[in-house]
Design a protein around this ligand. Structure first.
Ligand code: NAI
Length: 415
């Protein structure tokens, strides 16, 4: 078996952490049990380009239970947990991922999984499918799946340009993915990354959230819960208004730059905080990015204009500017929750990866009947995933009576 990981001796520690996560992933466990009986992925090669975390490991074993031959590479150079990679390899799953690998190695690992000519590919950010579409015209998988907002945006651009040559499932667009993973997962884990790298007390601090989408709203709510003063920067008037009505100060990036103690970018956009903002920030400002790519903070400006840089704590760099002010950047501007913490908690990844497993099954059974387009998963799957997750949380689900079903379907009854 081919693989490329940092240290096989970490396998035992990784296996324990995978088991811990698995205990908090009841939806995936239910699907795994069914997959074992029905083997809907029998004989299929599935190549996944996902963050190599304990939760991803449990997705890999679920796909294997469904009969697939699985292989895994990282979807970000800084998000691999080397002990998890080692445990998966010890369990017979090829992994090509090393934490803090350089860009060349990152892309060579993507090529390694594509060399297996997979029939299904899975992405978190669309790097694998982009490489496949651009460089491998001879490969024609049944289909592909996508985990995150930024990947779906890239795929819709490919769809508009007519370059997609198989169906792609936008797992991110399932309600049980983005309403929970992006909001509750990023909300907690982005702050977890900032706190682990800085040990900062957030109470009383001004936390600037740039981008008030599902992720931004989650971080804002959790920072608020910890006693921070939330300032939101948005370009979408409706979302900005919604932030204002939730009680946050809404400000331009210039105004926010002057007052923030901590800045978190979650826009999926380029250079949303840049030189002009860095020059206005207070001494000691802390910057973190939770958007998919490391393009949201203009680190090139710091590289060109700071007089010095030193690593002051784990995953925390201190840049000193010409006027002596210090700007701190967490996890090199890469996804802070994965770079400086362990990514989302298992409970939310359970639902996200349940959707991934169901998407793979959907492609295996119906892929041939789908067009070369970006699809959402059928809504019934959202209901299925949510119902199992709710049951695991101990919640009871009310059911409509027959009379209520008739009433909702009728138009004749009025006042
Ligand atoms: P979204 O599209 O719902 O929200 C992004 C928001 O940023 C939008 O409201 C948009 O108007 C705003 N925005 C865009 N440019 C801006 C600018 N220059 N200044 C201020 N606001 C701006 O996206 P979502 O789902 O919240 O995801 C955000 C990013 O986080 C994406 O890159 C996504 O892939 C990534 N993501 C990261 C996760 C993690 O684990 N860290 C988990 C899930 C998503």
């Amino acid at each position: 078996m081919n693989y490329d990981i940092a240290d096989p001796s970490l396998a035992e520690a990784g296996a324990l952490r995978i088991e811990w996560a698995n205990n908090r992933m009841p939806v995936l466990a239910t699907i795994r049990e069914r997959f074992e009986k029905e083997t809907p992925l029998a004989g299929l090669r599935v190549a996944a380009c996902l963050h190599v975390t304990t939760e991803t490991a449990n997705l890999m074993t679920t796909l294997r239970a469904g009969g697939a031959e699985v292989m895994l590479c990282a979807s970000n150079p800084l998000s691999t947990q080397d002990d998890v990679a080692a445990a998966l390899v010890a369990d017979g799953i090829p992994v090509f991922a090393i934490r803090a690998e350089d860009n060349d190695t990152y892309y060579s690992h993507l090529r390694s999984v594509l060399d297996a000519d997979p029939q299904i590919t899975m992405d978190d950010g669309a790097d694998l499918v982009t490489m496949l579409l651009k460089d491998r015209p001879e490969q024609r998988p049944i289909g592909s799946t996508e985990e995150t907002t930024t990947g779906v945006i890239r795929l819709r651009a490919m769809e508009a340009d007519g370059v997609i040559r198989f169906p792609v499932v936008a797992v991110n667009d399932s309600a049980t993915k983005h309403l929970f993973d992006n909001r509750h997962g990023t909300g907690q884990s982005a702050l977890d990354g900032i706190i682990r790298s800085t040990n900062l007390l957030l109470a009383g601090k001004t936390v600037v959230i740039v981008g008030f989408g599902d992720c931004g709203a989650g971080v804002a709510a959790r920072a608020d819960g910890l006693g921070a003063k939330g300032v939101v920067v948005e370009v979408d008037a409706v979302r900005a208004l919604s932030a204002a009505m939730e009680g946050y100060t809404v400000a331009t990036a210039d105004d926010a730059a002057r007052i923030g103690d901590v800045f978190v970018t979650l826009t999926g956009n380029l250079r949303v905080l840049r030189g002009s903002h860095f020059e206005m920030m207070k001494d000691g400002a802390i910057l973190a990015n939770a958007g998919h790519f490391d393009v949201e903070l203009d680190l090139g400006y710091l590289q060109d204009n700071a007089v010095s840089k030193r690593r002051i704590r784990h995953e925390l760099d201190e840049w000193t500017m010409k006027d002596g002010r210090r700007i701190h950047v967490v996890a090199e501007g890469r996804l802070v929750n994965l770079g400086a913490a362990e990514g989302h908690p298992a409970e939310v990844m359970d639902m996200s990866f349940a959707n991934q497993a169901l998407a793979a099954e959907w492609l295996a059974t119906d892929g041939a009947n789908l067009g070369n387009k970006v699809y959402r998963l059928p809504e019934t799957m959202d209901q299925e995933v949510a119902a199992i997750a709710l049951e695991a949380l101990g919640g009871g689900l009310e059911h409509l009576t027959d009379e209520q079903i008739d009433y909702l379907a009728s138009w004749e009854q009025g006042t």
